[in-house]
Design a binder for this molecule. Structure first.
Ligand code: PLP
Length: 383
């Protein structure tokens, strides 16, 4: 029976436990498996190579993303590390100009040491993407909406360019999750997640995931997953599966709250700019509407200079100052000194990651309480 996404969230992948009837997949907390004879195993050999709890999550995320093959890793960056290991010395990647700071860091200061280079472009501008393509380029790496300025890239349009030139398109789908956006359906070859965020959803576990459709890429990634070894542990796999069961109801509330708060911020007079692709005034609004089922729940805004941003962070009572995003609780962060500190200051300023920029991961608390907290903290920070 073919299931709608809301049913797949609960019953996709491996639905429960065949042997006992347990409605939840057990946590197979084991490193190894008995072999019945030389060369005779029951499908499992060693838990870096394969573990039934991790396997259940891998099948689930693949199904949700509309891909054939899923892989789960110990963190989003372990997933990214494994994907980048597809490339070799001399290869080049085209990368969105505002991406997760850690993605920039691993390219700039780890893979660059192995001769893999990158070129930063504004991937929301298709002409820039096409102009950056040359022989050395092997892939285009996109986040949409991107971190922290929520820049929207037209994934389908970029995938046409990547296909035309025979390059891979890699999309980090962390901010929207398959509930709101499915890049493979839009033409992406590789989808990456930090499962630490909305998929886990409760700020209680770190994880990463990759989904692909192509058998040859999948085989190489499974090989690299085992060879590099950054796999997700059974207990964390269980936690992410549990998180995904409520993804739909959480995302609905996240998005509704974010819409309300973005509207309020835009009309509040407290901020000089709001970045949220759900706002009609946002440059990404039309593309976002076309390619996703919602604008997500990440908002960035620039506090007016009448207010002291350091005091603002100190004055919040309900909303927590912390790294990370996508949990049920609302979090704010200061990209310039926290998530994006690894990006050189010139590049930060150029793309708009100014000191007054505040990134807000809107949680699922009562929206009016969140607005009240923002307002009291902004008023308390008046210079
Ligand atoms: C957090 C994040 C990552 C890295 O994931 P970890 O789980 O922290 O390693 C990658 N991409 C995006 C968009 C993120 O928000």
């Amino acid at each position: 029976m073919s299931l709608a996404l809301n049913s797949k969230l609960i019953h996709g992948g491996v639905d429960g436990d065949e042997t006992t009837g347990a409605v939840n997949i057990p946590v197979y907390q084991t490193s190894t498996y008995k072999q019945d004879g030389l060369g005779e195993n029951r499908g499992w050999e060693y838990s870096r190579t394969g573990n039934p709890t991790r396997d259940a999550l891998e099948k689930l995320i693949a199904e949700l993303e509309g891909g054939k093959y899923g892989l789960a890793f110990a963190s989003g960056l372990a997933a990214i590390n494994t994907v980048l290991s597809l490339f070799k010395s001399g290869d080049k990647l085209i990368v969105s100009d505002n991406i997760y700071g850690g993605t920039f860091r691993i390219l700039d200061n780890v893979f660059s040491n192995f001769g893999i280079t990158y070129k930063i472009v504004d991937t929301s501008d298709l002409a820039q993407v096409e102009a950056a393509i040359d022989e050395e380029v092997k892939a285009i790496y996109v986040e949409s909406p991107a971190n922290p300025l929520l820049t929207v890239t037209d994934i389908e349009a970029v995938s046409k360019i990547s296909r035309q030139y025979g390059k891979l398109l890699i999309v980090d789908n962390t901010f929207l999750t398959p509930y709101l956006q499915r890049p493979i359906e839009l033409g992406a070859d590789i989808v990456i997640h930090s499962g630490t965020k909305y998929l886990g959803g409760h700020s209680d576990t770190v994880s990463g995931m990759v989904v692909v459709n192509d058998k040859a890429i999948a085989d190489r990634l499974y090989y690299l997953q085992n060879a590099i070894g950054g796999v997700l542990a059974p207990w964390d796999s269980f936690l992410v599966i549990r998180g995904i069961k409520t993804l739909g109801v959480r995302m609905d509330r996240h998005v509704a709250n974010a819409g309300k708060i973005a509207d309020w911020l835009e009309n509040s007079g407290y901020v000089s700019r709001v970045y949220y692709p759900g706002l009609k005034s946002d440059p990404g609004y039309e593309v976002q509407k076309k390619q996703a089922d919602g604008a997500g729940a990440m908002i960035s805004f620039v506090l007016d200079e009448k207010y002291d941003y350091k005091k603002f962070f100190k004055s919040l009572k309900l909303i927590t100052l912390a790294e990370s995003l996508g949990g049920v609780e609302s979090l704010v962060c200061h990209p310039a000194s926290m998530t994006h500190a690894a990006i050189p200051v010139e590049i930060r300023k150029e793309v708009g990651i100014v000191d007054e920029l505040i990134r807000f991961s809107v949680g699922i608390e009562d929206a009016d309480d969140l607005i009240a907290d923002l307002e009291q903290a902004i008023k308390a920070s008046a210079r």
